[in-house]
Ligand binder design. Structure first.
Ligand SMILES: *[C@@H]1O[C@H](CO)[C@@H](O)[C@H](O)[C@H]1NC(C)=O
Length: 246
């Protein structure tokens, strides 16, 4: 736990250091180009993978795999309940490999030097190009539409480094992709837990250090990973982005 957190805070400290002492920004964009892209590894086929429990209420449809590791509690799927079109991996090797790959992606993304500091906590209303983004506050939110512009680069990644919580709380919370941006290349790196509000339409990999709560009828294209806690679902549509074009 502490090794993860220290990687995250090292980036923050470096950034603060650069600001405090007016050091030119170490050529962050160049550094960014040199570091390899973040990959989901075997987790890419999962719509949701949790550490403890994966619980669905209602008619959730996960297009992809569903898993837990080291926990084994997957509930709410089967006859008359939710659907998981791929495998249901409760504490097996596939699930544990996926969790390990989520942790690698989380650590790699958290360690990236940021390219941009956003002016506000809320991503709503912004149009952003590929980059590594940090926030003026420890938490982040999405209240309306976030537009991500791939600028014709299929490999462009969007990484949001959030130190504590992420809340996409409204029915109007939505990620829109333009200019060749791909959901598989969007990463929300959440230092504690994420809440996805009822009716939100997300696109991206949401990697939370603790847990993720997804409320009624929210959707996502990508993978939800809870690294140490649970994922709870209610009538959701989650679609793993099993391939990522380059
Ligand atoms: C996306 O970025 C390209 C290149 O900067 C720009 O020409 C285009 O207008 C942008 N599209 C949107 C919808 O912002």
């Amino acid at each position: 736990m502490y090794s993860n957190m220290s990687i995250f805070s090292r980036a923050t400290i470096l950034a603060l250091f650069a600001t405090q002492f007016s050091i030119p920004s170490f050529g962050h964009p160049v550094l960014e180009q040199r570091t390899p892209p973040i990959v989901m590894g075997s987790a890419i086929t999962f719509g949701a993978i949790a550490a403890t429990t994966l619980t669905s209420t209602g008619a959730t449809v996960i297009t992809g795999d569903c898993g837990t590791c080291p926990g084994t509690g997957i509930t709410g799927f089967g006859a008359g309940a939710g659907v998981c079109t791929g495998s249901i991996d409760a504490g097996n090797t596939a699930a544990c490999n996926a969790e390990a790959d989520c942790l690698t992606a989380y650590n790699d993304a958290a360690a990236k030097a940021h390219t941009n500091t956003l002016a506000a906590t809320d991503l709503g209303g912004l149009t952003l190009d590929p980059g590594v983004y940090i926030f003026p506050t420890s938490n982040a939110a999405l209240s309306t539409t976030l537009t991500l512009n791939g600028t014709s680069n299929a490999n462009g990644q969007f990484i949001f480094q959030i130190a504590t919580t992420f809340s996409a709380s409204a029915t109007t919370s939505e990620v829109v992709l333009v200019g060749g941006a791909q959901a598989c290349n969007v990463y929300f790196i959440v230092g504690s837990s994420a809440t996805i509000g009822a009716g939100s339409q997300m696109q991206g990999n949401i990697l939370a250090y603790t847990s993720i709560a997804i409320n009624s009828a929210a959707s996502n294209k990508g993978t939800f990973c809870a690294l140490n806690g649970a994922i709870t679902l209610i009538d959701n549509a989650l679609t793993a982005q099993a391939t990522c074009s380059t």
